[in-house]
Design a protein around this ligand. Structure first.
Ligand SMILES: Cc1ncc(COP(=O)(O)O)c(C=O)c1O
Length: 457
């Protein structure tokens, strides 16, 4: 299996286990070139000494001494369905993010669906989305019956380009769904200004952006709702889990009712004992999941700090290498979450060495890396959703013409970004500064020997 074919989750799992280099055959005959390059500079893929020999920090982290007490208490209590521990986790999460309320749910995908549905987004509406995100973002829009409209990515920030949003707004546009992808904040100042101008709802997909900030305000608190994921690969891992945050009490009461079969909650009251009062589903978090979440939450702040320090250091080193273009943060970003550390790889500066070969050369050095996302505006699910019974009922035929849809949703800069991106996963940013130095040295080594690596196909 080539690494560029690995899903993000598989990549994270592998990189946090034994290192991707151990998992993938390199298909290159080394040593042929030994002797022509000084031993110090010889890349591992050509038979030189691997730069990183110890394992990268494991993920997720579990510390029996500090983490198990509450989990065991919950397990032994027999109270496993939603109760006090979930409520405690919600309180702590709201406090952490700086929102009035939080609701824990089964995962980030359902946090997004619940938020959109309870903000009135549904069939016949258009929702502005980025193509550079995890598939869950777009699938959540489709689950509401709304039509995703893609806005191209700013390749420098890896985020939705706010300057291209207005040209995609129509009379059907109901909401903007910015994603703080890779844990780097989207440009919320500009996005909120557009939303105010056109009276649009904003649901922030902060599923990769726990504790990221713009002007010291946490992402997830700018729009009508913010959604988070606590899936296993995430910076706060629970296995599965998610949360909605908002300051809007009426909206949060509706979300609570919806997540519990439409039963009355807060302002959502009905006649006494009349039962369920609105359409709903069941997406409640369990007590033992919340207990794991409370344990993980304790280290999030310190880990986020370390990721920021290492990311800034690594960036300062590798941005000097021609052909390596690390992410840019907008000037108002006071902190990022760094679920991933991204840069663009320009093969022209590496004698035309393909990204795939570059990734393999990094793996050989003991440095796992991934090529990241493929364009989400070009996958078969979109053509198929336009053919479904519900979409045929909800939209006029011209909106269901797939060729026209594709034409309207082209994102050329995103296409190019998907060819050039390289990611390191967040657990690597928990390593030492010397490990960041090794990454930079590895890239320099590969660049110096790009021609020879290319020839060793
Ligand atoms: C950007 C983004 N949005 C949404 C989700 C959905 O979260 P979950 O996997 O918890 O459903 C994820 C995570 O997987 C994500 O990375």
């Amino acid at each position: 299996m080539s690494k560029s074919k690995l899903s993000r989750r598989e990549f994270t799992k592998l990189s946090s286990l034994a290192g991707i280099g151990a998992a993938i055959g390199l298909g290159v005959t080394p040593s042929v070139f030994a002797g022509t390059i000084s031993e110090k500079d010889l890349p591992a893929i050509l038979g030189g000494q691997k730069l990183v020999t110890r394992e990268w920090p494991q993920w997720p982290i579990w510390n029996a001494a500090t983490d198990e007490e509450l989990v065991l208490k919950v397990l032994r209590s027999g109270v496993w369905s939603r109760a006090g521990v979930v409520t405690e986790f919600e309180k702590k999460w709201a406090e952490t993010i700086g929102a009035k309320r939080a609701l824990a749910v089964v995962n980030g995908t359902n946090a997004l669906i619940a938020s959109m549905v309870q903000l009135g987004i549904g069939g016949g509406d258009e929702v502005i989305v980025p193509p550079y995100t995890f598939i869950a973002t777009i699938q959540a829009v489709l689950q509401t019956g709304a039509m995703p409209v893609f806005v191209d990515t700013d390749p420098e920030t890896f985020q939705i380009d706010p300057n291209k949003i207005e040209e995609k707004i129509t009379s059907r546009t109901r909401a903007i769904l910015p994603v703080h992808i890779l844990g780097l904040p989207a440009d919320m100042q500009k996005i909120m200004a557009i939303a105010r101008k056109y009276n649009l709802i904003v649901v922030e997909d902060a599923c990769q952006a726990w504790l990221a900030e713009i002007n010291h305000k946490k992402v997830g608190t700018f729009g009508n709702a913010g959604c988070f994921s606590f899936q296993n690969s995430k910076n706060i891992p629970i296995g599965e889990g998610g949360a909605i945050v908002s300051d809007d009490d009426a909206f949060m009461d509706r979300c609570y009712s919806y997540h519990n079969f439409g039963n009355p909650y807060g302002a959502m009251v009905g006649a006494v004992s009349a039962g369920s009062i609105m359409p709903g589903t069941k997406i409640r978090l369990t007590e033992y999941q919340a207990a794991i979440g409370l344990a993980q939450l304790k280290r999030l702040e310190e880990q986020t700090e370390k990721r920021n320090e290492n990311a800034a250091y690594l960036k300062s080193k590798i941005e000097k290498i021609p052909g390596i273009l690390p992410y840019k943060l907008t000037p108002d970003v006071t902190r990022a979450a760094f679920h991933l550390f991204p840069f663009r790889y320009k093969k022209e500066e590496f004698k035309g060495l393909s990204r795939q070969k570059f990734l393999k050369a990094l793996e050989a050095e003991g440095i796992p890396a991934s090529g990241g996302y493929t364009p989400l505006n070009k996958m078969p699910y979109l053509e198929n959703v336009l053919k479904t019974k519900n979409y045929r009922l909800m939209y006029p035929p011209e909106m269901l013409n797939y060729e026209k849809y594709m034409e309207r949703n082209q994102c050329p800069l995103n296409d190019q970004l998907c060819e050039e991106a390289v990611w390191f996963s967040h657990n690597m940013l928990l390593a030492d500064k010397s490990d960041m130095d090794n990454i930079a040295t590895a890239i320099e080594r590969i660049q110096k020997n790009a021609e020879k690596i290319k020839a060793a196909e």
